[in-house]
Design a protein around this ligand. Structure first.
Ligand SMILES: Nc1ncnc2c1ncn2[C@@H]1O[C@H](COP(=O)(O)OP(=O)(O)OP(=O)(O)O)[C@@H](O)[C@H]1O
Length: 267
């Protein structure tokens, strides 16, 4: 069950819906500890950004939220991660269903080598969300519309997704995630392979999707974190050093390490 908690002090009390919680999460790759005792709540109303220098564990933590680290043989995850109060690491959790509920968009756009239509239709079909072609047509159109891609894609639905520009491919991947009706979307540096115009479009899209899905974004780009997120977590050497309202993290951080990072002293 989702539960409502008040927003931290400093803003008018506004109910937020906690979608996912992480408690005391540790991750090891073999003997090397990549994440140390990290706890956080992720809400639907706020975009949450993970920032920090290279290798600090941002992607490792993000991948815990839909058990993507299961695919890494050496990775050992401990602690508790819940989606709507249910432990996603419990033995009865269906990982395929989980990854539909908690979708992921990667650094490099990775459309299937299939038509634009099929890129979107594939997930709903295998998850049984559509019985017949007209139902799929509706899902394809609404997903592409939500991802801000319909006008560019509607006359080329049978062309290959891989023939689109990089920015369009990334919006296609977001549409593909949306098509299976997720509750959470994880984005791992979704703009790092894109030019500034395509990046701006993805950032606008994130803003439009806010509130419809809980969104967590890993980014190297601090301006991007400041532009798209309402909550920011700063990581360093596997620990979450500071977490709070994005405006506070960027203007008045409590920890010296956060201040040093955002003022460019290291990174
Ligand atoms: N599959 C893996 N096997 C072994 N070690 C790994 C693996 N993936 C990540 N690591 C290590 O875990 C630590 C955290 O890596 P992670 O990719 O989570 O950091 P990050 O903050 O996302 O970095 P970047 O911004 O460079 O992507 C690093 O020391 C990295 O070398």
């Amino acid at each position: 069950m989702a539960h409502n908690v008040p927003v931290a002090a400093g803003r008018a009390a506004e109910a937020v819906t906690t979608k996912m919680t992480a408690r005391d999460v540790n991750v090891f790759y073999g003997a090397k500890q990549a994440l140390k005792n990290v706890s956080i709540d992720v809400s639907r109303e706020n975009v949450t950004a993970f920032i920090g220098p290279s290798g600090c564990g941002k992607s490792t933590f993000l991948r815990c939220f839909n058990r993507m680290n299961d695919t890494v043989d050496s990775a050992q995850v401990s602690g508790r991660i819940q989606l709507d109060g249910k432990d996603i690491y419990s033995p009865d959790m269906d990982v395929v269903q989980l990854r539909a509920r908690v979708g992921m968009v990667f650094q490099k756009p990775n459309p299937f080598p299939k038509s634009i239509y099929e890129n979107i239709a594939y997930g709903p079909r295998i998850h049984g969300l559509a019985r017949a072609k007209p139902d799929l047509d509706i899902i394809v159109e609404s997903s592409l519309r939500r991802a801000g891609l319909w006008d560019e894609a509607k006359d080329r639905l049978n062309e290959s997704g891989t023939a689109m520009s990089g920015g369009q491919q990334q919006r296609l991947c977001i549409a593909r995630a949306i098509a299976v009706d997720p509750e959470v979307i994880l984005m791992d540096e979704p703009c790092s392979a894109l030019d500034p115009i395509a990046t701006a479009k993805i950032e606008e899209l994130i803003d439009e999707l806010r509130g419809k899905y809980a969104i967590v974004i890993v980014t190297h780009n601090m301006q991007q974190a400041a532009r798209v997120s309402q909550k920011t977590a700063f990581f360093h050497l596997g620990s979450m050093v500071e977490y709070g309202d994005t405006s506070m993290i960027f203007t008045n951080p409590v920890q010296t390490r956060t201040k040093d990072y955002i003022t460019g002293r290291y990174g």
